[in-house]
Design a protein around this ligand. Structure first.
Ligand code: SAH
Length: 232
């Protein structure tokens, strides 16, 4: 079986692997548990200056990435069954459910925008899925692509090692994670909650579930509503 593979289309290939080359993900990359191919969109730029953008039709500030240049960059990539995703603030916000889905597939082809974004026609012509990192605006799609890759790759079996559990963490059961503690037993007069130190695993699970529920209810009423619906 071939490993999970990401292809990133960007105007700033030197940004990669960046943080993806460090720590457990970097080790997994070196060990071929996943692979990363970075392609420079500018190779498909036009003319002597390899132009990739132009002024927006209808006027306004900034520049827009040309449809023909983006299409040429996209069409040069072997898809191998991978979804084609444009990181965009107008996309569907990325969720852990989508990340799990991506991690269980063959990988992803990720298009990073810059400037004012991408000519709408190539999004439609290539039926590109738009995915957002959240309701804020970045200067480019690269950090969003890295976030999507990091979230996906850490779920690939063998990447985090035996110790880490991705089953109990935030969003896994539709809840935020319970609070964590470690030594020292007392920090500035704050002891670790008794229940966590008495060794009663049933009590501990009950406490953790209750804390996770209370935290979710308080901080994320949107998730709490979905959680309650799913329980019914
Ligand atoms: N004018 C656009 C923003 C362009 S920002 C608008 O208002 O919608 C430039 C590039 O950064 C985008 O093409 C996109 O690839 C990336 N980007 C910005 N914010 C993002 C977000 N929240 N999620 C994913 N990508 C984002």
């Amino acid at each position: 079986m071939s490993s999970w593979s990401a292809t990133v289309l960007t105007l700033f290939p030197e940004m990669f692997p960046g943080p993806l080359g460090l720590s457990l993900l970097g080790k997994a990359l070196a060990n071929d548990l996943w692979s990363l191919e970075v392609r420079d969109i500018r190779k498909h730029g036009l003319g002597k200056h390899r132009t990739v953008d132009d002024t927006p039709a209808g006027g306004g500030p900034g520049m827009v990435m040309r449809a023909d240049v983006a299409a040429a960059a996209i069409d040069a990539v072997p898809r191998n069954g991978r979804p084609l995703i444009y990181l965009s603030p107008r996309g569907k916000p990325l969720t852990q459910a989508r990340v799990r889905d991506l991690a269980s597939g063959p990988g992803a082809v990720l298009l990073c925008g810059r400037f004012e974004g991408l000519d709408q026609r190539v999004i439609e012509a290539r039926q590109i899925e738009e995915v957002s990192l959240g309701d804020f605006v970045l200067a480019g799609g690269e950090i969003a692509a890295m976030a999507l890759i990091e979230a996906s790759v850490r779920l690939i079996s063998g990447v985090l090692g035996d110790h880490a559990s991705t089953e109990e963490e935030s969003f896994a059961a539709g809840l935020l994670e319970y609070p964590q503690f470690t030594r020292p037993q007392s920090f500035e007069d704050r002891p670790i909650p008794d229940v966590l130190t008495n060794g009663n695993h049933k009590e501990i699970s009950k406490w953790r579930r209750a804390r996770a529920e209370a935290l979710t209810k308080e901080r994320r009423p949107d998730l709490w509503t979905l959680y309650e619906k799913a329980k019914r």
